[in-house]
Design a protein around this ligand. Sequence first.
Ligand SMILES: [Zn+2]
Length: 269
Amino acid sequence: MPELPEMVIIAKQMNQTLIGKVVKDVSIFQPKCLNRPAKDYQKFLPGVQTERISSLGKWIRIDFHGGMRLLINLGMGGEIVFLKRNQNFPDKTKFALQFRDRTGFFVTLWWFGYIHLVRKDENHPMTDTLGPDPLSLTCESFIKLLENRRGEIKSFLLNQKRIRGIGNFYIQEILFRARIHPRREIGSLTQYEMKSLFKMIQTVLNESISLGSSSYELDFFGEKGQYGLNQISIGYREGGSCPICQSQIEKIRTGSTAQFICPVCQKSI
Ligand SMILES: [Zn+2]
């Protein structure tokens, strides 16, 4: 599932490739991922020019000159991929944009996902309510976010309304490097642990961005990133040993997700 680093890389690549192109055709194969009738997409997009592409947590935001905006969320395993000149999109495509220069991009969605069309000045509840960008936070403002919050630290960090862009892939490395058990109560974290958590959030996400993001996901050109098993300390190594203390790595359930931990480095109390 693409998370913040993947979306940062895709937005950067889209910015380098698509700016200034004029939309020619819109193809829609899964109307349930839209927020308005398909005919509105056909009406408002052809003829408009791309202005800027950015990421917002797990969302891609495409701004067009003239005031329209597309907001794309790939859900649990979708892809957004560039179409070379005159290249046809694959059968699994759910949505595609083609430009006048005969390039374009297509979107695939595996389980759920959203391709929403809004005016830039229009409310969009799903992105308007996202929490802050973890890479723009200061340590102080991060600690403030945790103040008076109850519940387990992992569910807090995965809640996109509290902080945006972190999912179940990066959270495991972040919590391991910060030596924090995923089920720790927020209120039980010491100042030192909160600082260390903040530092590891930024370190892990930035490390992945600098490596072109995850090797389990495809970028805008259909290539895999370089952030893979060499960067992951304990994730996906059930039965392996902790690189710090050599204890056996465990896989535990945390709410609806699974997580790898070192039971010695990441104490549950
Ligand atoms: Zn350990």
